[in-house]
Design a protein around this ligand. Sequence first.
Ligand code: AHR
Length: 537
Amino acid sequence: MLTNRRDFVKALTAGGLAASGLRSQTVSGQSPAHIEVLPGESIGTISPEIYGHFIEHLGGVIYDGVWVGENSKIPNEGGIRKAYIDAMKSIHAPIVRWPGGCFADSYDWRDGIGKPAERKLRTNFWGGTEPNAFGTQEFLRSCHLIGAKPYLASNVRSLPARDFYQWVEYCNSPAGSTEGAKQRAAQGHPEPYGVKWWGVGNESWGCGGNFTAEEYASQYRRFAAWVPEYGEKLSFVVSGPNDHEVDWTRRVLKALADRGQVNSAAGLSVHYYTWNLSAGATTNWDLGKRDAVKFNELEWYELMAQGSEMEPIIRDHWAVAAESDPHHHIKLVVDEWGAWYRPGTEVNPRFTICQMPTLRDALLSGLTLDIFHRHADKVAMANVAQTINALHSLMLASEDNFVLTPVYHVFKMYMAHMGAQSIRTEFSAPGITYDRNGKSASLWGLRGSASISGKDLTLTVVNPHPTRALETEIVVRGASIASGRGQVLTNTDIHAHNDFRNLDVVHPEPAGVTPSGGKLVQQFAPASVTALYLKLA
Ligand code: AHR
């Protein structure tokens, strides 16, 4: 806890120094803000999987969101909503996590295979009846249609390890070789799917079993040991911590290391939701949340400040992981992230934890993706929670209504970063001070990330000030900016959002880019996310 607070204070102090204007005056002499990109200082390749997704059997995510059924009048491909497929294709969605979430630890994959009439009705973890119409093959088909890899989360709380490796057998064993392969073929898919990514439980400290770290580690070993691989090296993800809880990370990884099992895992899951907008008034999960759309300026700033906590969270878990995994064989998999507001803005009353994303959530998306880029050496995958009809949605759908949210636009604007080299970039800008329930608080004035691929530089920038545009001088050390183009996502109303009647209130607009003398002076609009696509000479 102390470590995290210390990091937070450090971050605020950095904003405070920049607020003095000293650095920007020294460097540019003109613009109040300055960005220096350092192509010689590579952080690492930005794993495309950082742009990953998460869909769970919860509220309207699967039924109505993704799955409409083959006989639906809603355009679909074999029951999967066509608008969902098209939108995911258009952002090159690299990987999708399924079936949960908490749902995963109550799910028996056998209930969701076979002929539709044979599917079992079950009680859904989140309430109501689970029809199991959307099961393993429907999910894997949806991934295939999108062009995304699947990432399956297994049930550690309520099924034995045998069911896990038989699920692997069902998905991956060669045609005709096993009972699993025969079941798969009976549903029309004789060839193996080659599913590589497997989560071993979900939130095993909570809904995934209320395990202690040591108890979970022992379960993990039982599940992950000797799973048949069928020629495909499997990537196991250890059920990891919630936000700042480094104790879980330390103890789970130590328990794995003590049995020589660290190398069996590819990733450690980390979950962080931005939910407490009470400005320090409470830590109560229900009381700390606020409305998704009707928010004041304090709640705007608090979302940015709380969202920025992702950075110390990544740093702290990484540092603690090194105690048992000094060569960092295990990378971080942030497989749930996003804003979580109080109920009240659902597009359909049946949709549990569905909320309306606004421009504010676009900024949270931008600043979070930028943090992942800045830690490209540590973060192997991230999965936004959730893709459609829950929490930090990119899409909302109900019956034949469908809309892309501001979050979706950020994913699209940032696509050029996928697979590029993340490079160190220094931001210096006047910080922001705001009144936090009678005490002065500060927030950084401008942040972002840069990546390079050949001569193409992508620079993404978030300006969190609701009313202040920021003129910024941009220089690239050792290179000049020859030309470029840009896109900006903003609105004069910070509450702006897209809904079923107003599909396009928040959308990216072109941003003029006019380099001069190898540099660029760019105006960053208030409350904006900007992507600059620059050609270097
Ligand atoms: O995304 C909603 C829920 O949040 C997930 O099911 C669970 O893993 C987390 O607590």
